[in-house]
Write a protein that binds this ligand. Sequence first.
Ligand SMILES: CC(C)(COP(=O)(O)OP(=O)(O)OC[C@H]1O[C@@H](n2cnc3c(N)ncnc32)[C@H](O)[C@@H]1OP(=O)(O)O)[C@@H](O)C(=O)NCCC(=O)NCCS
Length: 189
Amino acid sequence: MFAPDYPILTDRLLLRPIALSDAEAMLVYKSDAENVRYVPYGPLTLDDVEERITTRWAGTRFEKQDDAVCLAVEERESGRLVGDVVLFWRSENDREGEVGYILDPAFAGRGYAAEAVGALLALGFGGLGLHRIAARIDERNTASVRVVERLGFRREARLVESSWFKGEWTTLLIYALLEHEWRSSIIEK
Ligand SMILES: CC(C)(COP(=O)(O)OP(=O)(O)OC[C@H]1O[C@@H](n2cnc3c(N)ncnc32)[C@H](O)[C@@H]1OP(=O)(O)O)[C@@H](O)C(=O)NCCC(=O)NCCS
C-alpha cells in the first residue's frame, strides 16, 4: 500500500486529489473535441465529468494492481486548475506503471505537463517502488511525444494500426522509463 501525502508541490505547480468543485474548470478542456482527440474518453459533458470525479477519478492511493491515482494540477501562483494527470499501477509483479496527462489548452506551452508528470515519476518510482513507467501515445500526438522525450523516456515500440480508437485504426508509440534511468537523470540535473 502507498498513500502519497498531498498536496505535492513542484516549482510552479500543486498536485492534489480532484474535487467536485473542479468540474466546471475540467469541463473546459474535456469537452473540447480537439483536446481529447487522443485521450480514451470524451468529449465529455458536465454530468460525465462529475460522475467520473466521484468514481474512476477518485483514487488517491495505491492498494493493489490496477489502482489509479488521478490528480488535479493547479498553478501555484494563481490557484487555477491547469489540467490533470494520472498514474496507473499496471502490474504488481513487474512493478510497472503508466502515466496519462491532459492540460487546459490555455495553459499549454509553458512546460506544465512535463513538470506535473515529473512529479508523478517521483511518486511512482520513489513512492510506490515501480521498476518501469510507460506511456502509450498516438503517433500523431507530437505534443505528447515531446513531453515524455523531455522527461527521458525511451521509445520502445511503434505498433502499427494496433488500436481501433474513436472510429479509426491508430498507430501507437510505446515509451518507457526505468527506475535506474530516472535516478541517473535526476542526479545529472
Ligand atoms: C500533451 C499536452 C499535455 C502537452 O502540453 P504542452 O504544453 O505542449 O507540454 P508541456 O507542458 O510539457 O510544455 C512544453 C512546451 O512548453 C514550452 N515551455 C515554455 N516555457 C517553459 C518552461 N518554463 N519550462 C519548460 N517548457 C517550457 C516548451 O518549449 C515546450 O514547447 P514545445 O513542445 O513547442 O517545444 C497537451 O498538448 C494536451 O493536453 N493535449 C491533449 C491531451 C493529450 O493528448 N494528452 C496526452 C495523451 S497521450
